[in-house]
Design a protein around this ligand. Sequence first.
Ligand SMILES: [Zn+2]
Length: 105
Amino acid sequence: MTRPWTEEYDELLKKEWYKGTIIPKIAVICKRTEIAISARVHLLRLGRRVTQGGRKNIQGSAGFAGLKKRNCLMCSIKFQTEWKQQWVCNPCRGTSLWRSSDNRV
Ligand SMILES: [Zn+2]
């Protein structure tokens, strides 16, 4: 009963998929079962798509939000930490003294 996928329907599937169309709707458009659509999407490795209201990922990397400024252990200058356990500022981290020390993070 399985009809072969034609290029035409593949293109249609891709188009609708990346548009964010839900699978049941694509199934109707492509005149196939939802299972067939899922299987095809998997086979074509269409991967993730941006669905309506799915902007969370973009705003997920909120930079230095929630991270404190602290005094560098080496030069005592206040700097913005980029992760929680950062004790030494970036310029100091780049020095050979820091690199050769045993207490680097
Ligand atoms: Zn420093």
